[in-house]
Design a binder for this molecule. Structure first.
Ligand SMILES: Cc1cc2nc3c(=O)[nH]c(=O)nc-3n(C[C@H](O)[C@H](O)[C@H](O)COP(=O)(O)O)c2cc1C
Length: 201
């Protein structure tokens, strides 16, 4: 991990949190099948509202050839440019209604995000980085994979080992040298009232 990507922590966190980031440049190595399955196993064990587990993933490894090209075609062009060099690409899909009563599941996207967050943490602990994307073509994904009406493709995830990829345009590669930034803790964690930072008098 380059110094630019190291988080400017206000409080200590576990390595797998500190070391996670979203690269655009991957070194071209494929992800071993067992490794990939363990990463999705972590998503499987995420908590969810009523334990509905609304998330589904569709995945292809680059070495698979045609299935990888198919999943790549579900990304917007700007994301395809760099994601084509990832070891694997997945689509994050979620159910929109509860299986138990068919009512709308307003927590569905939350729970897909939570599963993907857990997946990212497991991946980071294994030296694999995940770059998530909202820039996808959900209608193309629906048509290509036969995604049912009550499900929706929400994100894509490019997984791989970060490393210099000289096939990428320098302008895109430069993104991996940019510092990661976050709002200060005082702007996101409140105590007695809105906007009043937690832990201050
Ligand atoms: C839901 C979601 C959608 C995103 N969409 C895109 C995208 O379409 N293209 C892209 O290059 N990065 C995308 N990102 C990556 C974010 O830009 C990145 O996570 C953010 O800048 C923080 O950087 P870090 O993950 O390295 O800490 C997305 C991330 C998330 C979680």
């Amino acid at each position: 991990m380059s110094d630019a990507k190291k988080p400017d922590l206000e409080n200590p966190v576990q390595d797998f949190v500190a070391n996670r980031w979203s690269p655009v440049s991957f070194d071209g190595r494929s992800i071993e099948r067992g490794e990939l399955l363990s990463i999705f196993e972590a998503a499987r064990w995420a908590p969810s509202a009523f334990n509905e587990q609304p998330w589904r993933y569709i995945v292809a490894s680059r070495e698979d050839g045609e299935p990888f090209e198919a999943i790549l075609s579900c990304l917007v062009d700007a994301n395809q440019t760099w994601a084509r060099h990832a070891g694997a690409i997945a689509l994050g899909v979620t159910a929109l209604s509860f299986e138990r009563n068919s009512k709308p599941n307003t927590y569905a996207r939350h729970d897909l995000g939570l599963a993907s967050g857990q997946l990212c943490a497991e991946a980071a602990a294994r030296g694999v980085q995940v770059h998530q994307m909202a820039g996808i073509l959900p209608d193309r994904a629906r048509e290509l994979y036969g995604i049912p009406e009550n499900f929706e493709a929400v994100t894509a995830l490019a997984l791989g080992y970060p490393g210099e990829n000289l096939e990428l345009d320098e302008g895109i590669r430069a993104r991996d040298g940019q510092a990661r930034s976050r709002r200060p803790m005082a702007a996101i964690l409140f105590g007695k009232s809105w906007d009043e930072p937690f832990g201050q008098n």
